[in-house]
Design a protein around this ligand. Sequence first.
Ligand SMILES: Nc1ncnc2c1ncn2[C@@H]1O[C@H](COP(=O)(O)OP(=O)(O)OP(=O)(O)O)[C@@H](O)[C@H]1O
Ligand SMILES: [Mg+2]
Length: 315
Amino acid sequence: MTSNADARHTILVGVDGSDSARRAACWGAREARRRGAVLSLVHVCYIPDTLPRYPAPPKERFDEAMVEAGESTLSEAKDAALAEAPDIQVETYVHIGPVAATLVAESKNARLVVLGSRGLGGFAGLLVGSVGVTLAAHGACPVVVVPKDGDGRETPADVGLGDVDGAGCVVVGIDGSRRSDPAVEFAFDAASQRGVPLVAVHVWNQATIDTDWPELSIATSHEAEGQLESLVASERLAGWREKYPDVEVTVRVRRGRPAEMLLEEAGREEAPAELIVVGSRGRGPLLGLGLGSVSQKVLHHAGVPVAIVRSGAQA
Ligand SMILES: Nc1ncnc2c1ncn2[C@@H]1O[C@H](COP(=O)(O)OP(=O)(O)OP(=O)(O)O)[C@@H](O)[C@H]1O
Ligand SMILES: [Mg+2]
């Protein structure tokens, strides 16, 4: 990115001309306004090395045409973003290269990457496309995936952009390990910026206890286990409560399947989530994978924007 804007002040949106990406640009515009950040709209053209010989034009002309098409896609997205937040600074960039890898590289120059859940391609059956999943797993900064409108996954929050006029909340999933700390910090900051409460959800079940704290397995009742889990959750929040005294925090400890419980808490009618925040990895055993199973499920089934915050990738 050739930009004067400091990475800490740049919100990058990936734009491919889809309706989903336009919604991502609108969400990014609101976020840029909230944070006084620059909105950087990026389109990546993937131009294969080998083009069909006939009747394709010479490669240079083909490249030119792709870049021109990208510029016009970006200009539409810019109009949509400025209609949402007229006073923000918007920059546009066309890059040439493999799409996900280029956006992963560009994420180093941003404080936040925003993408639509789907793009122009892909299988209709998938809820989140490959670019969204790759960035969530490998992006250098937190990634927000904005859901498609009318996916049939309605929540009480305004479907899609997640704005509920200050009546909502930010929901963060904490698994009791340090790995969710960056997600917790991101969530406190997001709640503080929006002036809404933070709901920290800690879900536990026998499997998490057996795996991580064998000594807790001897607890005699679910009630006793639940109390211990509450302590674990509170400990993870302690420092952040002091740093963000303006944020009203509720801790909810649930027993069951983590992704299901998180989505249930996010969909509460009285205080629907505007944003769900999860870490990219939890305490699961498959450390080689970029995205844990709970994060994946939340990403694929949430009806509101989801922020994925990797350990070591802080806003
Ligand atoms: N060429 C691109 N340039 C910039 N951003 C892109 C590009 N392609 C996708 N994106 C971003 O990623 C989001 C998700 O698109 P993605 O490509 O993952 O889904 P898809 O096209 O439905 O599926 P797939 O490409 O995996 O077949 C888009 O809404 C957009 O924000
Ligand atoms: Mg695509």
